[in-house]
Design a protein around this ligand. Structure first.
Ligand SMILES: Nc1ncnc2c1ncn2[C@@H]1O[C@H](COP(=O)(O)OP(=O)(O)O)[C@@H](O)[C@H]1O
Ligand SMILES: [Mg+2]
Length: 360
């Protein structure tokens, strides 16, 4: 059986995706599988690498440049090359494969790549089209969480047209229902891109303009002083949850630089929480997973105040898989090593694909 690994991509999380792909390549059982890496460049080219019959050596090895032939870098300083393909060519007639789209953010975990794989008729790891889109869209997911009675911080949502027509009223509405500081977010982005924390009316208006550069739809949320806790979900209809983890961080705003580049975030697993609070978080995580129609996997993120009030922040349908990512580490602490986790994800992909075939 082949695994087609899609990684890289055009979102802000391009580099994380490569590191995740490398971790996954190291955890695959090569006595059962061959890996076909497909690297999506920052400009959107799809490059087909040579087959991998064993673990990759580094994230750099997986970072390809376009060439006439595909070959792996064999010495330090050398670069691997891949052949440019049309995306549809990842489907090879007569060949069985499971696609692992290790892509984060827009065009990765928002349902677009999932829809493409559905059209190609290929099984793939993770959430389907609807769940991916639901999870990525902060307005839709908030509506779904409300519907499932999962607590969240107060928020307002509106679009560009409403803002252009009645910005004064919208500012008043936000100030009427929310207390500063506020967080302004584009509805569809991820990795803190376009997000601002504001503490007055003028900053609010400016932050909305910034967020509108990334999306036509905006969320304004009440800021909260809280710890950030995360839990991993794994499974299809039979989904189960991991231990709860907590992020121990230095600065107050957990942004892209800090989250990924400086690697300053320390994970505490299991989180130091009363058992009843951890159970509540796990219960909400499963509810959130079902609310978006999750399958395969998700990481669900929460705010937990010093008096142990719990609010859901968001659900990520394709969390990072780097050695310092929360998702694989939560499972490790729950007794599932990354090799078994990857195998389970592949099996879940096949089961979901087969169940869907039976429906048609
Ligand atoms: N309402 C809020 N109150 C306090 N901190 C927040 C709030 N919303 C976001 N943050 C901070 O900003 C970070 C990024 O926001 P998040 O909604 O998770 O965006 P992304 O989808 O980019 O991960 C969070 O991890 C948290 O540190
Ligand atoms: Mg987040």
């Amino acid at each position: 059986m082949k695994i087609t690994l899609l990684y890289g991509g055009q979102s802000a999380e391009h580099d994380i995706s490569i590191i995740s792909a490398h971790s996954i390549c190291q955890a695959i059982m090569y006595n059962y599988y061959q890996v076909q890496p497909i690297y999506i460049t920052k400009t959107g080219q799809w490059l087909k690498a040579p087959l991998l019959e064993g673990p990759s050596t580094s994230p750099e090895q997986l970072t390809l440049t376009a060439g006439d032939t595909a070959h792996w870098a064999s010495a330090p300083g050398e670069v691997s090359s891949g052949v440019v393909i049309n995306p549809g060519e990842i489907k090879v007639e007569g060949e069985e494969t499971i696609v692992f789209p290790v892509l984060h953010g827009p065009n990765g975990e928002d349902g677009t790549i999932q829809g493409f794989l559905e059209v190609l008729g290929l099984p793939y790891v993770g959430a389907g089209v609807t769940a991916s889109a639901n999870g990525m869209d902060k307005i839709i997911s908030k509506r779904l969480f409300d519907n499932s009675n999962i607590p969240q911080v107060p928020y307002e949502a509106f679009d560009k047209r409403e803002w252009r027509e009645s910005s004064e009223e919208l500012i008043q509405k936000c100030e009427g229902s929310l207390l500063y500081p506020l967080f302004v977010k584009p509805a569809n982005m991820g990795s803190s891109v376009g997000i601002s924390k504001v503490s007055d009316r003028q900053e609010l208006a400016e932050a909305i303009e910034v967020a509108l550069k990334y999306d036509r739809r905006i969320v304004v949320e009440q800021g909260i002083t809280a710890d950030e806790c995360e839990v991993a979900v794994l499974g299809n209809d039979d989904a189960h949850v991991s231990e709860v983890g907590k992020l121990l961080k230095e600065s107050e705003f957990y942004d892209y630089e800090e989250k990924y580049i400086n690697n300053q975030v320390i994970m505490q697993i299991p989180a130091d929480l009363p058992e009843a609070v951890a159970e509540k978080i796990q219960d909400y995580a499963l509810k959130a997973y079902r609310a978006i129609d999750g399958s395969g996997l998700s990481r669900v993120d929460f705010f937990v105040t010093s008096s142990y009030d719990v609010y859901i922040n968001e659900i990520n349908t394709m969390p990072g898989f780097t050695p310092y990512s929360m998702y694989p580490n939560l499972w490790k602490a729950t007794g599932l090593n990354t090799r078994d986790l990857i195998e389970e994800l592949l099996q879940l992909a096949l089961r979901r694909f087969n169940a869907k075939q039976e429906l048609n």
